[in-house]
Design a protein around this ligand. Structure first.
Ligand code: TYD
Ligand code: MG
Length: 456
C-alpha cells in the first residue's frame, strides 16, 4: 500500500498531523492546520550502521572562549547578558509598531560606528525608508550594510560571498521565504526552514544573528513557538502604546540571566535608555493620597519601584466590576477573598479597580501586600504612611510570607528617598538606611489604616 506522504502542521503551535483536522489537539485553536509543502516530517526508517561514529567527550572539555560584542545600547546589552555572543541567535518579538526595527537600527548604527561589521536586512521596508529613519536617529553616517530582501537564497549567497559580519539583523523572519518550499512566507514550514538556515549560517560565519518576530494578539511569536526552541535567546519588547515606556525582557537566554529587563523611552529621536526606571514608574510622591502604595519589586537582578493604585467604590450592580491593569486578576480575587475571610473586610458590594502606574506589568507575588495596602487605603480613605514602600506575599490564611532579595529592594527605596519599609516578618535585613516595620498577618495592615483613621 502506498504510504500517505502528506503532512500537516498547526500554524499556531507547530504540532504536526498526518491528516487535516479543524481543531488543533495541542493548542485548541481552530482552522490553524495547514498542509505542509514537503513531506520532510514523515520519518523514514533509520538503518543502523550507516551513521558516523560520535566522539564522546567530558563536561570539562576545553571551550572556545567567546568574546561578546557590546551593542553600545547599554540596556540591550544588559538584557542579552553582556552583549552579543558570536555565532548565537536572538529572537526579538513584540507588537507591531512597538519599536523593534528602531532599537535594532540604533544598535547596528552604534555598533558599526564602533568598528563592528553590521548587516541589516529588511523584508518589510525599502532601503530609502530605513535610511530616512537612520537620518532621524542621527545615524546616517554609520557604515551599516543595508539591504531590502525577502529571498533566503539571495541572503545566504550574498553573505557567504562577502566578508562575514559581526552582527546580522533579519527584520522580520515572517517576511523571508525559502524558494524550495511552496508555502507562503510566514507559514510554519517557511519560518522554520528560514530560521534553521539562518542559524546555521550564523554559526558558520561566527556572527551574531538577530531575528525579528511578529507577535500574535495573545502575545506569542506569530505562528510557530518552535522558533523559540531553535534560538539561543528570546527577547520580548513590550509596552503600552499609550505610554512612551518600552520594556525589553529576556524570556529565554542560554548566555545570561532571564527576567532581566531594559527600559526605554520612545522619543522623537528614537528609543532613549532609561537608567533609573524607578523614578519613571513612581507617580508624584509629594502629597500622600489614599489608594496608592509603592511596591518595591525586582525585575531580574534590578530593583524597581512602582506605584500601585487601588480604587474601591460602591456598586449598584449584582456582580460588581473588577478591573485590573498590569497585574494578575486571579491574584486580585485571592487577595479580596483573604481580606474578606481572614480580616473581616468584605468588598462584595463594591467595584474594585487596580492599576500599576506607568504601563508596567508586575508578575511577582511579592506585590500582594502592596496591592492589599492600596485597596485597604482606598476603603478607609487613609493614605499609606508617607515615604514608605511595601512588599510581601500573602498566604491564604492571611499570613505574610517573606520574599527574596530584601536588601536590594530596601537599598533602592532608600536611594530614592523612602524612609520606611513595610515588609514581612522574618525577612533577613542588613540594610540599615531605612526604618523597617515587620508585618506578620494581613489584619495588621487593616488595623494600621483603621487605627490611623480613628486618631485623625
Ligand atoms: P518600528 O520600530 O517600526 O516598530 P516595529 O518594528 O516594532 O514594528 O516603529 C516604532 C514606532 O515608533 C513608530 O510607530 C514610530 C515611532 N517612532 C518614534 O516615535 N520616534 C522615532 O524616532 C522613531 C524612529 C519611531
Ligand atoms: Mg519593524
Amino acid at each position: 500500500m502506498a504510504r500517505n506522504k502528506e503532512h500537516y502542521s498547526c500554524q499556531n503551535c507547530g504540532a504536526s498531523y498526518r491528516k487535516w483536522q479543524g481543531q488543533c489537539d495541542a493548542c485548541q485553536e481552530w482552522n490553524t492546520i495547514q498542509q505542509d509543502a514537503t513531506s520532510e516530517a514523515v520519518p523514514k526508517g533509520l538503518s543502523s550502521g550507516k551513521g558516523r561514529h560520535l566522539e564522546f567527550t567530558t563536561l570539562d572539555t576545553e571551550t572556545r572562549d567567546y568574546k561578546r560584542s557590546l551593542s553600545g545600547v547599554a540596556e540591550l546589552d544588559r538584557v542579552l547578558g553582556g552583549g552579543f555572543v558570536p555565532g548565537s541567535s536572538v529572537l526579538i518579538g513584540g507588537d507591531p509598531g512597538i519599536g523593534k526595527s528602531t532599537i535594532l537600527l540604533q544598535a547596528v548604527g552604534v555598533m558599526a560606528k564602533a568598528g563592528y561589521k553590521c548587516t541589516y536586512i529588511s523584508g518589510e521596508e525599502a532601503t530609502a525608508q530605513i535610511s530616512m529613519r537612520a537620518k532621524r536617529l542621527g545615524l546616517q553616517d554609520s557604515p551599516v550594510k543595508l539591504a531590502a530582501a525577502n529571498s533566503l537564497r539571495d541572503i545566504v549567497t550574498s553573505l557567504e560571498k562577502e566578508e562575514a559580519p559581526n552582527l546580522l539583523i533579519i527584520d522580520s523572519i515572517q517576511t523571508m521565504y525559502a524558494d524550495n518550499l511552496d508555502s507562503a512566507p510566514g507559514t510554519v514550514s517557511q519560518v522554520r526552514a528560514c530560521s534553521q538556515e539562518l542559524i546555521r549560517l550564523a554559526k558558520k560565519l561566527n556572527c551574531a544573528l538577530m531575528l525579528v518576530g511578529h507577535v500574535t494578539k495573545d502575545g506569542q511569536i506569530a505562528g510557530p513557538r518552535v522558533l523559540e526552541h531553535m534560538v539561543d535567546t528570546v527577547l520580548y519588547f513590550e509596552g503600552d502604546r499609550g505610554h512612551q515606556f518600552r520594556i525589553l525582557r529576556a524570556v529565554k537566554n542560554r548566555f545570561g540571566a532571564t527576567d532581566e529587563i531594559g527600559v526605554f523611552e520612545m522619543t522623537d529621536k528614537g528609543l532613549q535608555e532609561v537608567t533609573n526606571p524607578s523614578s519613571l514608574f513612581l507617580g508624584n510622591q509629594d502629597k500622600a493620597v489614599s489608594g496608592a502604595s509603592v511596591f518595591a519589586g525586582m525585575e531580574g537582578t534590578r530593583p524597581l519601584l512602582v506605584e500601585i493604585q487601588g480604587l474601591v467604590a460602591p456598586s449598584q450592580q449584582a456582580t460588581p466590576r473588577r478591573a485590573v491593569v498590569g497585574w494578575d486578576s486571579s491574584r486580585l480575587a485571592m487577595i479580596l477573598a483573604v481580606l474578606d475571610a481572614r480580616c473581616g473586610l468584605s468588598l462584595a458590594g463594591n467595584e474594585v479597580y487596580l492599576n500599576v502606574a506607568g504601563g508596567l506589568r508586575v508578575n511577582e507575588p511579592a506585590a500582594d501586600l502592596a496591592v492589599a495596602a492600596a485597596l485597604v487605603s482606598s476603603i478607609s480613605d487613609v493614605p499609606v504612611p508617607e515615604n514608605s514602600i511595601i512588599f510581601g506575599e500573602i498566604g491564604l490564611s492571611g499570613e505574610i510570607r517573606s520574599v527574596g532579595q530584601t536588601d536590594a529592594r530596601l537599598k533602592e527605596a532608600a536611594k530614592l528617598g523612602f524612609t520606611t519599609a513595610i515588609i514581612p516578618v522574618g525577612s533577613k535585613v542588613n540594610e540599615k538606611s531605612i526604618r523597617v516595620i515587620e508585618i506578620e498577618h494581613l489584619s495588621e495592615i487593616v488595623r494600621l489604616f483603621t487605627a490611623n483613621n480613628d486618631a485623625s
